[in-house]
Design a binder for this molecule. Structure first.
Ligand code: ADP
Length: 202
């Protein structure tokens, strides 16, 4: 434990995660979407959230751009800053899991080591990695924000897939072919995984 936190004692809650899960009629979990920029992480995360929300689940999406405006506004895109960005998001997601929420995160999270570090914050089964698998060619042809074009022109340093690495997950809990399959198909895959794991009911 670091010196800064050595005198801080965790206060035991009277309402537990289990209590909240019972009331919600579903379990809480983190769905960690990873993939290249424009691979479809946000689209899929928000589409899954919509379905879960409409079914009465407690959900929240932590999205790349949103957290960078506030929680992580002091961080850039160096590998060191990206690691700290993900660590903070992991800690926030952990709190939200305690609050009984199904948390969906949409961050490129390019390095295996950083994703594994976030995974290690959670008990087994609470962190489900979903690989949004779309080739760089597909992502670059989509380029909804013109970021690839700007990165190719040398205007954006450390751009994942162009001038910064992306390490695909080796053993994710789920792989979605977001480069080729329709979004609805990917949504069904995610919901099926949640049913199989007993996170949501059939
Ligand atoms: P990311 O969050 O990974 O940067 P986005 O969710 O913003 O990517 O998606 C980038 C673009 O790709 C969007 O224009 C979106 O409509 C499209 N897209 C996302 N998922 C799919 C999919 N499964 N099939 C086809 N197009 C998709």
């Amino acid at each position: 434990m670091s010196e800064k936190s050595s005198n801080v004692v965790w206060h035991k809650a009277l309402v537990t995660r289990e209590d909240r899960q019972r009331r919600n009629h579903h379990k809480s979990v983190v769905l960690w979407f990873t993939g290249l920029s424009a691979s479809g992480k946000s689209t899929l995360a928000h589409a899954v959230e919509k379905r879960l929300h409409d079914d009465g689940c407690n959900t929240f999406v932590l999205d790349g751009d949103n957290v960078r405006h506030g929680l992580c506004s002091d961080l850039g895109f160096s590998l060191e800053d990206r690691a700290e960005n993900l660590r903070r998001i992991g800690e926030v997601a952990k709190l939200m899991i305690e609050a009984g929420t199904i948390v969906l995160t949409a961050f490129i999270s390019p390095l295996r080591q950083d994703r594994e570090r976030v995974r290690s914050l959670f008990p087994h089964g609470d962190f489900l990695e979903i690989y949004c698998d779309a080739s760089i060619e597909v992502c670059e042809s989509r380029d909804p924000k013109g970021l690839y074009r700007r990165a190719r022109a040398g205007e954006i340093p450390d751009f994942t897939g162009i001038s910064s690495p992306y390490e695909a997950p080796i053993n994710p809990e789920l792989r979605c072919n977001t480069g080729e399959d329709p979004v609805e198909e990917n949504v069904e895959q995610v919901l099926e995984m949640l049913r199989k794991r007993g996170i949501i009911s059939g």
